[in-house]
Design a protein. Sequence first.
Length: 195
Amino acid sequence: MEGFRFWPGALSASAQTELLAEVLAAAETAPFYRPVTPGGRPFSVEMTGLGPLGWVSDRAGYRYQPTHPVTGAPWPSMPQTLRHLWRDLTGWPEPPDACLVNRYRGPARMGLHQDLDERDHGAPVLSVSLGDTAVFRIGPAGGGPTRSLRLASGDVCALTGPARLARHGIDRVIAGSSGLVPDGGRINLTLRRAL
């Protein structure tokens, strides 16, 4: 799909370990929580955030905000590794101001959706995979056939240009395919320009 960019194995094993340690340390102050849809249905993934803004979902709707919805504290800073990936891979002139952190365990998945809550849909969305391999599905924004791709630990991909508003989701996570994340599972980091 035009605008979908993929860098398999972009992060070395040591870089993955270091980044995961930073993410898990940040989650000590901004713990993973399970958001609900505006209709009150719990997500199957757990979430937290990094950077000036975090994305939240609750009965009031979808939005970006500067504080964790449970603790009320500001989100932890974004690791430099992520900011460098954004700069080097996307070439976007402004830094990301939000990093969503999704933790998939057990049957957790994410249905097809579009990233629409950002102010500028011209800015890319950069995704970093850590831990178990995920079966990622992507299709055109206006509907039509989708295709699947496996995203392994250390893989990075981006939605840019014509693919920025592509429908995408995670069909399933292949348990035990990586030993990186303690107690198993997958952690996905998505960098955005929310404002």
